[in-house]
Design a protein around this ligand. Sequence first.
Ligand code: LLP
Length: 421
Amino acid sequence: QHCFTKSEDGYLYCEGLKVHDIMESVERRPFYLYSKPQITRNVEAYKDALQGLNSIIGYAIKANNNLKILEHLRHLGCGAVLVSGNELRLALRAGFDPTRCIFNGNGKILDDLVLAAEAGVFVNIDSEFDLENIVEAARRAGKKVNVLLRINPDVDPQVHPYVATGNKNSKFGIRNEKLQWFLDAVKGHPNELKLVGAHCHLGSTITKVDIFRDAATIMINYIDQIRGQGFEVDYLNIGGGLGIDYYHSGAILPTPRDLIDTVRDLVISRGLNLIIEPGRSLIANTCCLVNRVTGVKTNGSKNFIVIDGSMAELIRPSLYDAYQHIELISPAQSNAEIVTFDVVGPVCESADFLGRERELPTPAKGTGLVVHDAGAYCMSMASTYNLKMRPPEYWVEDDGSVSKIRHGETFEDHIRFFEGL
Ligand code: LLP
């Protein structure tokens, strides 16, 4: 069961509500529309898959930092994965249990590490200087920090290079040949650091679970080595990265259950607690960006649908050449020709496209057009380029009502930055 369905009447529905009716009932600008029940279903799929294991689902806040969504994920039992002091502040504000939160990153700054030490979250050691900073933060906070070593397993995730992280030339994680140096350094700081586990994150949009199996096998080997030196490490953190069906092609992609089942025996064989860090696979398919068609034009050999949304609201196609499925939300007019279009926004650069070479019926002005799978890394990467303001967000509640869950940014909000200067 998926929240967005195209019905035989040609309209797109979200949990049984016509997206067109929602569009007509809210402010006239691009907006993100989520399904709360779909978020619940996605979390339940992970929870079911994890049955029988001690585990933490650490939701990667960077994927989507809407406070209402965070509160809902926390309510469903998720922990959180943080990559900045502000994400930590927001996680605490959303009520996440700090002992189910993990602070990650290759450039964590001292102030943020002090906050993390005070809050009592897990911290991943990423480098020599990071270890020094964590020790200093522990001293300043007067607290011992539970740390995991972020190991680079050097497994190729077979994804776009911008979202690959676990290969040996990546900026993330410690160099494996320096493992002993890190273990000695941890031993040298018994009052500041407690080593509790090992972490890796391979990359994002991964669609083959064998890759996770390979990495987990390598990680188990490191855990054996670490335990061999007398450390009582209990946590294996295999990061996030499970991909989703952006193409809507009907291809069978691995599910959370496939992912967990591929590492389950390894985790059990060593009596470990499993931490996973999903972002995209929890939230991407719960949302569409809803836009209106401004007009249709042809230049040279290209046909364009120009919409009010743009790379400012949703940058993944421009930045990663990512495919996100696009469709009209109402039935095509009976005489509408099917044409190959580039779907573009109004922003002043040619990289401003939401989709290229899409077969769509020629839409009338004002027709609603959605970009699917916009729940992850879309609103959280939105910008105000060209002074397009960041869009409002709505969700369909469990009872089928529609609520606003974040205000749209306004010109007045922008002007506020100049007050008092
Ligand atoms: N853990 C760590 C350490 C990460 O770096 C990430 C994502 C995750 C977990 C969550 O990965 P996920 O399950 O969402 O794949 N902006 C890009 C994606 C960047 C991912 C960065 N790290 C995009 O729009 O595709």
